[in-house]
Design a protein around this ligand. Sequence first.
Ligand code: PLP
Length: 234
Amino acid sequence: MSQPQNPLTERYSQLQTRLRHAEQHCGRPSGSVQLLAVSKTIPAEIVRHVAQLGQRAFGENYQQEATEKQAHLSDLNLCWHFIGPLQSNKSRTIAEKFSWLQSLDRLKLAQRLSDQRPEDMVPLNVCLQVNISGEQSKSGVTPDELSRLAAAITELPGLTLRGLMALPAPCDNVDQQRRVFTSVRELYQGLIDEGHQLDTLSMGMSGDLEAAVAEGATIVRIGSALFGARDNKR
Ligand SMILES: *Cc1c(COP(=O)(O)O)cnc(C)c1O
């Protein structure tokens, strides 16, 4: 008789299957889309459980919560992405404790992060958060600012520009989801055409990962489909 599985173990395996199906469905190689487990509001011990299942990359939105969790999990070799809005006065922690910042949206912040990145660490990987129409929050770079900002960031020694991140407003209609992701992919391609060497298109969450994968996402950021619904919808 098989043992009943821990629900988290079960959800992790279902999510992997869902992601592989999404890749297969649009003819992309299996494993070409990276899963970022979004662990905001999730206690360190639950993160540890998911890490034990083989998950390495975790996304956090709140600087203080994240650094406390990192301290509890410092015995594990995890890769931390900061994906939330970032105030300039919190930038040092991000520069010192994270591998990635996906929510970069202004040059001042980029310059601070570059200066604050410790010299014995590889440059901080960054994605510009792009604000396409229908964006939930006010944060993000508008499409017309993108080119100039990308060029300026490439000059900063402490940062490596890897690509774009998008956070569209939730929407149940798959065609509409695809349209938004198409426009993000076109902006991404535009930067590549300008000579930027990019490899990261971070888009797709629990409710729209299939549409994002079909439009070329290389990272999907998944919270609730893995950890369950957050009671506090921050
Ligand atoms: C919370 C969050 C996610 C995950 O959302 P789910 O719908 O729970 O998968 C992804 N990206 C960002 C920026 C988030 O804040």
